[in-house]
Write a protein that binds this ligand. Structure first.
Ligand code: ZN
Length: 283
């Protein structure tokens, strides 16, 4: 039956055949134009949708809302699918849609990059603010050595030459040690204490100073040219109390230094100082 019908058609007149062919050709041409028009419209619809989605993503990003890029791409894909289904599958959906989606993703990635560079300076202040608290810990720069604690005991006249030690001298007990430096050289308290006496107070000693260090020990500085402290004054180790001189029974400028274990119970001063870390060579 079918073969017979086909044969009937093929065996029609030439005019009829030509007319049919022309109609078919026109229909085909119309179809292609329609196809192109729909495709064009559809593609532009998708691009518009893509642009709008990208714009929304940008706006959302500007507002600080973290709109997922995947969501934006999904929106584009969904809208494209909806737009693509309308023209009856004429739209070459896969290629165009994926291209648009990729473009949106690329654009958004660029936006993200731009945003990160934009937000970088605003993030740095907090980093720099945190830096000061963190920087002292590594101690990259070597700390200056802490100043040496002041010694509790010092020499009464640093650098002086010992001219006479404690002991018998010319048949008499020399109750202290003599230290020589040019007259006027500062004389220092060997340790912290209270000025017990100061001035012309003891026969033969000239101008002298007595300092009470507590625990029964006192130091006596004699033959001074002048004094810089007064009785009752608190002094620290190394503090100047006067200046070297030659007052009293003295043959020349020098410091006569005594240590009393109880007033007027003089003891060997060099050892006493050594016991406190002060070494005066010569005795
Ligand atoms: Zn002496």
């Amino acid at each position: 039956m079918q073969d017979a019908n086909l044969n009937d058609e093929r065996t029609g007149s030439e005019e009829q055949a030509e007319a049919r062919t022309g109609r078919v050709v026109r229909l085909l041409q119309q179809g292609r134009r329609a196809h192109r028009a729909v495709r064009y419209k559809a593609r532009h619809a998708v691009q518009r949708v893509g642009r709008h989605a990208a714009q929304r993503a940008r706006n959302a990003a500007r507002r600080g809302r973290s709109l997922s890029l995947g969501a934006a791409a999904l929106t584009v894909a969904t809208l494209a699918a909806v737009g693509g289904s309308a023209p009856g599958g004429l739209l070459p959906q896969s290629a165009d849609t994926s291209a648009v989606a990729q473009a949106v993703l690329d654009h958004s990635a660029t936006q993200r990059a731009d945003r990160s560079t934009r937000t970088a300076p605003s993030a740095s202040p907090s980093a720099t603010a945190a830096a000061p608290t963190a920087s002292p810990a590594p101690s990259s720069t070597p700390k200056p050595a802490p100043p040496k604690p002041k010694p509790a005991w010092v020499s009464p006249m640093p650098g002086a030459t010992v001219t006479s030690c404690f002991g018998m001298r010319w048949g008499v007990q020399h109750a202290g040690m003599d230290l020589a430096l040019p007259p006027g050289t500062p004389v220092h308290a060997v340790g912290a204490g209270t000025v017990e006496a100061a001035g012309w107070i003891y026969a033969g000693y000239g101008i002298s100073v007595v300092i009470n260090h507590g625990n029964g020990y006192l130091t006596h500085y004699a033959h001074l040219s002048r004094i810089t402290v007064s009785p009752g004054q608190k002094v620290s180790a190394g503090q100047q109390i006067g200046a070297e001189g030659s007052t009293g029974d003295s043959t020349g400028p020098h410091l006569h230094f005594e240590v009393h274990k109880g007033m007027w119970n003089q003891i060997e001063p060099a050892k006493w100082l050594r016991d406190r870390g002060v070494h005066i060579p010569g005795c």
